[in-house]
Write a protein that binds this ligand. Structure first.
Ligand SMILES: [Zn+2]
Length: 409
């Protein structure tokens, strides 16, 4: 890889700067000479750029590597990102809840807050989320202009270039300009990036789960929530943010002419295996008197996945069957995804998989349905469900975009 060549000096300089900053971000603390080696740039080019980053306060020297006996007295200084030099906000807007977080450049969480309660109207969700961002800023003593980027994520089909939610079928939200609507309400002039919420989680994994990813060249992030999505990521150290589409596997047909789905089609994966589908089937079982344990756990409130899993653990037959069917159909879907895309690693986040018994069932079904010829050796990793993984993933996306577009001419 060589960054210095090209006819347009401005573009070359910007490309070099972004590449140097990303290398420091991913590999820091790092020696200047090692950056030069990795990027095939000259040491003076690295030194000039690192000096200007240090002058701006985003990079600093963090000590030196112990000098070897041969070069005694000549210590190479290491440089690294200054975590507190930039701040990013992350927002996830779901109908049932909204979450907001503030992170520093290294992803340390400075603030996080959750607001629970169903709200189906788009404008009210935006008002609530923007109010939460403003409260986060004042809690951390920051002005909007001190934020380097805001990431926003939500379920549905998103035009990431325009920052527009194209469609979210279950709530009838169409053509919503999230970027404009939030910029106006927060009074923010900086970059606002909008993504599907499964893709945002993939960004979060790519930035903050480097150890889990290891040397995986590609990974898929299966996210099971109100719907099911599975973005695929081309994962290399420098080319960050290659998240390929939202991976709307939730609407692949698993049962021809099967159960109706919110998209208008029938037999989709989501209609069987999403949290929404599981909760719906369990509610029906309660109404038909087949799930007395779950009825008692539910009490007077709305049914939750935690209660469903507790009833499964207690061995309530109707619930065991419903959860078992959802896990089975997810296992077939996972095998199909692997037969098609062969990722090196698949991360799986879903409340169904907070119980290890359900992991084992899923992996058993995957093994039964993987194509014997392919046998790619995909690694599977169950991610502990985290209510803030969407908001922190959205902030991670804002950090990735900031690194991609770093420019100082
Ligand atoms: Zn569907």
């Amino acid at each position: 890889m060589r960054f210095e060549q090209g006819a347009n000096p401005t573009r070359v300089k910007a490309g070099n700067q972004a590449a140097i900053l990303k290398t420091i971000y991913h590999c820091g603390p790092i020696k200047r000479s090692e950056i030069a080696g990795r990027l095939e740039l000259t040491l003076p080019t690295i030194t000039t750029n690192v000096n200007s980053m240090m002058a701006r306060g985003i990079v600093r020297e963090t000590g030196s590597e112990p000098s070897s006996a041969r070069f005694a007295g000549r210590k190479a200084h290491l440089v690294d990102i200054v975590p507190e030099s930039r701040h990013f906000a992350g927002v996830e807007i779901q109908g049932m809840r909204r979450t907001v977080c503030l992170l520093d450049y290294r992803g340390r969480v400075l603030y996080k807050k959750e607001h629970i309660g169903e709200e189906r109207e788009y404008g009210k969700n935006i008002d609530l989320a923007c109010g939460m961002v403003n409260r986060a800023l004042s809690a951390c003593g920051l002005q909007p202009e001190e934020i380097a980027g805001i990431g926003v994520c939500l379920p549905g089909l998103v035009d990431t270039r325009q920052g527009v939610l194209e469609v979210r079928p279950s709530y009838n939200w169409t053509h919503k300009n999230i970027r404009e609507d939030m910029a106006a309400r927060i009074g923010y002039q900086g970059p606002i990036h909008v993504e599907n919420n499964a893709c945002a989680r993939a960004y979060g994994a790519q930035l903050f789960r480097r150890e889990d990813l290891g040397d995986a060249q590609t990974f898929a992030y299966l996210f099971i929530n109100q719907g099911v999505a599975c973005p695929l990521v081309l994962n290399t150290a420098i080319d960050f943010g290659s998240v390929v589409g939202a991976g709307e596997v939730g609407h692949m047909v698993m049962v021809p002419n099967g159960a109706p789905c919110s998209c208008g089609n029938r037999g989709c994966l989501e209609a069987y295996a999403s949290d929404t589908a599981v909760l719906h089937s369990c509610s029906q079982a309660i109404e038909q008197g087949e799930a007395p344990v779950l009825r008692r756990l539910r009490g007077e409130g709305a049914l939750t996945m935690e209660q469903v899993l507790a009833a499964q653990e207690a061995g309530e037959e109707a619930v065991v069957q419903i959860v078992g069917q959802a896990v089975h159909i997810l296992g077939v879907a996972v095998a199909n995804i692997n037969n098609f895309a062969c990722p090196s690693l698949m991360l799986i986040e879903g409340r169904l998989f907070s119980r290890p018994e359900n992991w084992e069932h899923l992996l058993e079904v995957v093994r039964q349905n993987l194509c014997g010829v392919i046998r790619t050796g995909t690694r599977f990793l169950f991610v502990e469900p985290d209510p803030f993984s969407g908001a922190t993933g959205a902030a991670a996306m804002a950090i990735c975009k900031d690194l991609e577009t770093y420019i100082e001419l």
